[in-house]
Design a protein. Sequence first.
Length: 317
Amino acid sequence: MQTVGVICEYNPFHLGHARQLGLIRQQLGQEAAIVCLMSGNYVQRGEPAVFDKCVRARAAVEAGASLVLELPVTYALRSAEGFAAGGVSILSRLGCGFLSFGCESGDGDAILRAAEASRSSEFEQTLHANIQTGLSYAAARQRALEALGQDGQLLTRPNDILAFEYCRAILTQNSPMHPLAVLRPGDYHADTPDAEHPSATAVRAAFWQGRYGQANAACGYVLPTGPVCAPDALDWLLLYKLRMADVQALEQAVQEEENAAIIATVRKFELSPEELALALEELRHNVVAPSLEAKAKQDKEQMEEEETDEEAELPQD
């Protein structure tokens, strides 16, 4: 029996996810065990998930997942690289032989070749040279891949980028897992869920706008209307903390000028409701999520140091 891992958020679980589970069993047999490693109540954007993790896990199991485990928050809140590395590490140790992921290109071989090329010294040299010319990191990385004869367009689409990081993690960790790419059709940024290939973004938009029929149809089941958690659920608490915080402490905590400007805007009391909502959204995505990622990484490193210290104290045979 084959065991396949899937790293996911399921925010919420929809027909596109169910399609992936079905395609896995088409390729590897109906007896294949599918282990889903899912983010808990907080997702990568630095927001609370719309539905409780148990609701989302139950939907996955009812659609065919064999087992749903929680991806620790120390990985769930990190960048694409950290998110992928944490998931690959856990699924590898669980004994999964394959890692399945959806991507816009559907070309797992091309993504794996690009990931392999990105680990070369030539890639690193070209990347740094491109950055020195003033290119953004994303653009510099794309051009570095193209300079090595790879498809740089793979780094322009969100799910291809995440697939690229999965493959990099597999190679870096020398994981026994084999990439199993699934073509992900549909428009990732669509506001209206596609009947056959919806995106979670479109489902959430329909749900929050009260278009429950569209959201339910895109998921294949009736989404609960409560309890739910809106993306801005913690904004007022965050606003209170920022406005009551010491200015000097905030300046020390936030190094980037752009993020400091966002915080300065949020602290203004004369903002209109619309201006405040926009500033808080920027704050969640550009300040809070990276801060949570840094804190999670710091906590993980501290735990690893403590484990190393404990091992050193053990009596030797």
